[in-house]
Design a protein around this ligand. Structure first.
Ligand code: GRF
Length: 203
């Protein structure tokens, strides 16, 4: 079994999409080992508990990043996590955390990176006048929204879009993208060639 550790800070719809994919057999040989949040009242934690999954709050407020991350790493290890999935985890992780799970931490970002990193990516795309938007699942490295891209899905920007309508259509694609990206990573069929994540034998 490949064991996932999910990190979230909010509603957890990407987490739910992953849980649903596992339930439906779309990620065979995969299970969610633990759901962690830095915010004790994150809705995603409650959802995890309802699904019968271990759900643990490790509050970050007022704590040094290194100390908080050390507890996160220890908890992930205690649950024998193979792959860490950041799913709306609104906290920058330390270089120590990145190194503890080297090329084993994934993040999803609601833009076509390297365009529009950071907060409110969908509103940034709209204000910039981009005609296509989308989402990116990438490996986490020491810079924010920067690591090698695993996959992207494209969403057209419509003339009548608001940040809300665009975000909703991107979110639908995020839910597809995250499961596909996890499947790709766990398949063992892809490798990194520089920043390019390519199917082995095709590089
Ligand atoms: C998503 O838009 C994701 O791309 C971003 O944070 C949001 C999390 O949403 N990193 P949810 O908590 O998974 O519903």
């Amino acid at each position: 079994m490949q064991r996932l550790g999910i990190l979230l800070s909010g509603r957890g719809s990407n987490f739910m999409a992953i849980a649903e994919a596992i339930r439906e057999g779309r990620l065979p040989g995969t299970e969610i080992a633990v759901v962690l949040s830095n915010l004790p009242d994150a809705a995603g934690l409650e959802t995890a508990r309802k699904l019968g999954l271990p759900a643990i709050a490790i509050p970050s407020a007022g704590r040094k990043r290194a100390e908080h991350d050390a507890e996160m790493i220890a908890t992930l290890r205690a649950h024998r996590v193979d792959l860490v999935c950041l799913a709306g985890y609104m906290r920058i992780i330390s270089p120590e955390f990145v190194r503890a799970f080297s090329n084993r931490i994934l993040n999803i970002h609601p833009a076509l990176l390297p365009a529009f990193p950071g907060l409110d990516a969908q509103a940034q795309a709209l204000e910039f006048g981009a005609k296509v938007a989308g989402c990116t699942v990438h490996f986490v490295d020491e810079a924010v929204d920067h690591g090698a891209i695993i996959l992207q899905r494209v969403v057209p920007v419509l003339d009548q879009d608001t940040a809300e309508t665009l975000s909703a259509r991107i979110l639908d694609q995020e839910h597809i993208a995250y499961t596909e990206a996890i499947a790709r990573v766990l398949s063992g069929q892809y490798s990194l060639v520089g920043r390019r994540y390519v199917r082995r034998g095709k590089e």
